[in-house]
Every structure is written in structure tokens, then in C-alpha cells.
Design a protein around this ligand. Structure first.
Ligand code: G3H
Ligand code: ZN
Length: 276
């Protein structure tokens, strides 16, 4: 069943669980996320990032994921990840996304607040949930210029109160696109943030978290933990091995079988570590 993110992140944050939000790039990975969510009777969040947006028009992605989500007995949220401006968020909403992230994390605080408020006004009129970011989760990639800035608890309080967002992404030690589990979480900072706002928190760059940190984080008031690189690595490396092992084969559907099985294992493991 299709839903926005509001209730699922609230419930998860209150139940000492966190929902893994997975970056998906089409049918193959979305199907695996939904299969595991149904197996564990857990909510699912399918997220389109900027590479996915550049690859396939949002309206086609929305149509595919909505059709898949409608066929389930678990809640499924279709979420635009890191929407850079109002226009992209509006496009996702009109395409049928049930949730959007507006990412003004590189802007001065007041500008980030003003822009987020505009997105919240539009999205809430359409029953679409909004996530936004305060502080900035940087990138483990020198080609991407986004600065990493830890979230200040006082700014998180002001941002959440003034914008009315449904989920708040905070920077407490992760970086996007880490290929090893090496992030150092500032738990004191996280605790200080959750003491000043009731809005469920979101952790980005969660491929870089150790298994222990994933489990520990799920006991905080965190609604969603974003995971992208871990699935892309599992899919990509397995696909490469398959192609190297079967050089006579050309039918791509045959090549997809093993990578789908591999990411399914990763998806199940992440859900379990997060309390499901
Ligand atoms: O918004 C997407 C996530 O923050 C993914 O981060 O690719 O480092 O797991 P990751
Ligand atoms: Zn992210």
C-alpha cells in the first residue's frame, strides 16, 4: 500500500527501530526491497537519487514504483532523495512521489529555512511528506563540492520548528559514498539534537556505518537511515563477476539474477541490524 513517510518514521523512531531508505535504480532493486519488506512485515522506502533522476524521467520512475507499492500489504513510500530545488520537488510531487527531500544544506540557514517552508507548503497540500537537511553530510568524493558541516542542535531546533518538516536529516559523522564501514558517529551531538526536537531524524551516508553503529543508532529517535552505495557495490561487483564468468551469454536478464540475489541478502541484513 502506498503511503507518505509521516507515520512510518514516527512509529519507527518511537519503537527504537529505523527504516532503511534504499536508493533504487529501477525494477530489479525496488523488487528486492519490497520482497524483504513483505518478508519482515516492515515498511519500505524507495528513493530516487540525482543519478536516477538524470537516467529516467521521474514520471516513469513514479509510475513503476507506485504500481509495485500498490501491490503490497506493507506500507511503501516513494521518496525523492536530495531534491536540489523547489522545481524538482514539485515535479516529483506531480509525478506521484509520496515524499520528497528538499536539500538546501549548502545554503545559509535562513535561506534553507525559507526554501524548505515553500516546499513544505506545496507538499503538504498534496499529502506528500517532506524531509530536509540541517548541517551538511558531505561526500567521500573529491569531485563533489558539498561541504561537510556537523549539525548544531540549536539550529536543528529552530529549523524543525520554523519549517514544519516531517523528517530531519542531520550530520553527526557520516559521509556519503563510503565504501568501507568507517564512520565515526558523535553520539553526544545526536543526543543533544534529539533532546531539542520531536521530529524523527534521518541519517544519510549509512553505507559507512558499522553493523554495531546501525543497531545502536536505531535505538535513538531516528526514523530513517539512508543506504545507497552498499547496494550499488553488491549489485555492480556481482554483475561484473557474472559477465566475466559467462562471456558467451548476452541476455541481460540472465545476468541480473545473481546480483538481485546478492542485494536481497544485503537488504535483509540492514533491516535486521536496524531492529526489524
Ligand atoms: O541519500 C542517500 C544516502 O545518504 C546514501 O548514502 O550511498 O553513502 O549509503 P550512501
Ligand atoms: Zn544522502
Amino acid at each position: 500500500m502506498l503511503v507518505n513517510m509521516v507515520e512510518m518514521v514516527k512509529e519507527a523512531a518511537g519503537a527504537k527501530k529505523a527504516i532503511p531508505g534504499f536508493n533504487v535504480f529501477g525494477y530489479e532493486d525496488a523488487k528486492m526491497v519490497i520482497e524483504i519488506a513483505e518478508e519482515l512485515n516492515a515498511p519500505a522506502i524507495l528513493m530516487s537519487n540525482k543519478d536516477a533522476v538524470a537516467h529516467m524521467d521521474l514520471k516513469y520512475q513514479a509510475a513503476l514504483y507506485r504500481a509495485m507499492g500498490e501491490d503490497t500489504h506493507v506500507p511503501v513510500c516513494i521518496h525523492l532523495d536530495h531534491g536540489k530545488d523547489y522545481e524538482l520537488c514539485a515535479k516529483a510531487i506531480s509525478a506521484g512521489y509520496t515524499s520528497v527531500m528538499y536539500d538546501g544544506s549548502q545554503l545559509p540557514l535562513e535561506e534553507n529555512i525559507a526554501n524548505t517552508k515553500e516546499v513544505v507548503r506545496l507538499a503538504h497540500a498534496w499529502n506528500v511528506s517532506v524531509e530536509a537537511e540541517i548541517g551538511s553530510v558531505g561526500y567521500n568524493d573529491p569531485t563533489i563540492k558539498a561541504k561537510a558541516i556537523y549539525t548544531e542542535p540549536s539550529e536543528a531546533e529552530k529549523f524543525a520548528r520554523e519549517t514544519g518538516v516531517d523528517a530531519l536529516a542531520v550530520a553527526v559523522g557520516t559521509l556519503h559514498r563510503m565504501q568501507i564501514q568507517d564512520a565515526k558517529i558523535q553520539y553526544d551531538r545526536l543526543e543533544a539534537i534529539q533532546n531539542v526536537t520531536d521530529v524523527p531524524l534521518v541519517i544519510h551516508g549509512s553505507t559507512g556505518l558499522t553493523d554495531e553503529d546501525l543497531t545502536k543508532l536505531s535505538t535513538y529517535r531516528i526514523g530513517k537511515v539512508n543506504i545507497g552505495t552498499a547496494l550499488r557495490m553488491a549489485y555492480g561487483y556481482t554483475l561484473r563477476n557474472e559477465m566475466n564468468a559467462h562471456t558467451e551469454e548476452f541476455d541481460r536478464i540472465k545476468f541480473f539474477k545473481k546480483p538481485m540475489e546478492e542485494i536481497k541478502k544485503v537488504i535483509r541484513e540492514k533491516y535486521k541490524l536496524l531492529g526489524w
